[in-house]
Design a binder for this molecule. Structure first.
Ligand code: PBG
Length: 333
């Protein structure tokens, strides 16, 4: 050492105690940011663990109410609802049935919990169509192309029915062009101008949705979703999608999946003036659970590091299957 003060700056000085670490921590998770997805079946009592998502369940109405009560005790009060209907058809018409699975659970949860909870509905048709695609199919054979504009009017109907049944936020996930405009005008015409839209703006055609398709029983029966979901190789396209959605009046935008797309979350955050959500999807959950169950990683640390990275990348809102297990850890951090 030639100089008494070499090196002048020692970043490690700020890591010398847990007090210093806590004082200088740049990002913090809060339970308020978490959204917990629920898979609902049109039955009263029903609870079945999803094989590829250990710790996650398909739930009947009464069992969902019980789980929501537990979540509220943990401080988690935002939920994203997926329905698994008993009937499917080519258009997915049970999606806008006022007595369908989602309107029913919305009314029940609203009745039991009032404004203590926030209910977000996934607005898509893949759970409701016999072919498992996210709208009306335009062609027969070959590459699957959705009839964008015909599907849009069904989407607006679905959102209106859900908002009337008690949804606080509608979240379209089908990657249709013009979906925010279509839904906004549908809601406004129905006197639902106070209902915000959380658009799945940049949703990639991802392998990480595998376990979800088990959970929601919505795998495509043929073809894939690459003609409507985004190519994982693209970055600028995500910014275009987000800009379009904001221009159409989206109140929140989303990037999905989260972990393979942390760069996109950051760029979307930098480019957006509305809150940004990220969806920590089923495959991301399944990988972590599988490694933890094998004793290959420290589960608690891995979960907190994962959620922390999504927040640090720029997500204000975290949709995650880890919400319930992580809530006490976050609260007591
Ligand atoms: C479509 C939808 C999907 C997910 C959320 N909404 C599946 C898909 O696009 O195939 C995936 C969520 C997850 O993997 O956790 N309704």
């Amino acid at each position: 050492m030639t100089q008494a003060n070499f090196p002048a700056f020692r970043p490690r000085r700020r890591r010398n105690s847990s007090g210093l670490l806590a004082l200088t921590r740049e990002t913090r998770l809060s339970v308020d940011q978490l959204v917990y997805p629920l898979f609902i079946r049109p039955k009263d009592t029903f609870r079945k663990e999803i094989g590829s998502m250990p710790g996650q369940f398909q739930l009947g109405y009464a069992d969902a109410e019980k789980l929501v009560a537990e979540a509220v005790k943990l401080g988690v009060r935002s939920f994203l609802l997926f329905g698994i209907p008993d009937h499917k058809d080519a258009e997915g018409s049970f999606a806008w049935d006022t007595e369908g699975v989602i309107p029913t659970i919305l009314r029940r949860l609203r009745h039991s919990f009032g404004s203590e909870i926030l209910l977000i509905t996934d607005e898509c048709f893949c759970e409701y169509t016999s072919h498992g695609h996210c709208g009306i199919i335009q062609n027969e054979g070959g590459r699957v192309i959705l009839d964008n504009d015909k599907t849009l009017s069904n989407l607006a109907k679905q959102c209106v029915v859900h908002a009337q049944a008690g949804a606080d936020i509608v979240a379209p996930s089908g990657m249709l062009d013009g979906m925010v405009t279509g839904i906004r005008s549908g809601l406004d015409l129905a006197g639902l101008e106070h209902i915000p839209i959380l658009s799945y703006s940049a949703k990639y055609a991802s392998a990480f949705y595998g376990p979800f398709r088990d959970a929601a029983e919505s795998p495509p029966q043929f073809g894939d979703r690459t003609s409507y979901q985004m190519d994982p190789a693209n970055r600028l396209e995500a910014l275009t999608e987000v800009a379009q959605d904001i221009a159409q009046g989206a109140d929140f935008v989303m990037v999905k999946p989260a972990l393979a797309y942390l760069d996109i979350i950051r760029e979307v955050k930098n480019a957006s003036t509305v809150p940004v959500a990220a969806y920590n999807v089923s495959g991301e959950y399944a990988m972590l659970k599988a490694a933890a169950q094998n004793g290959w990683i420290d589960e608690k640390r891995a979960i907190l590091e994962t959620l922390g990275s999504i927040h640090r990348a720029g997500a204000d809102i975290l949709i995650t299957y880890h919400a319930l297990e992580a809530a006490p850890w976050i609260k007591n951090a």
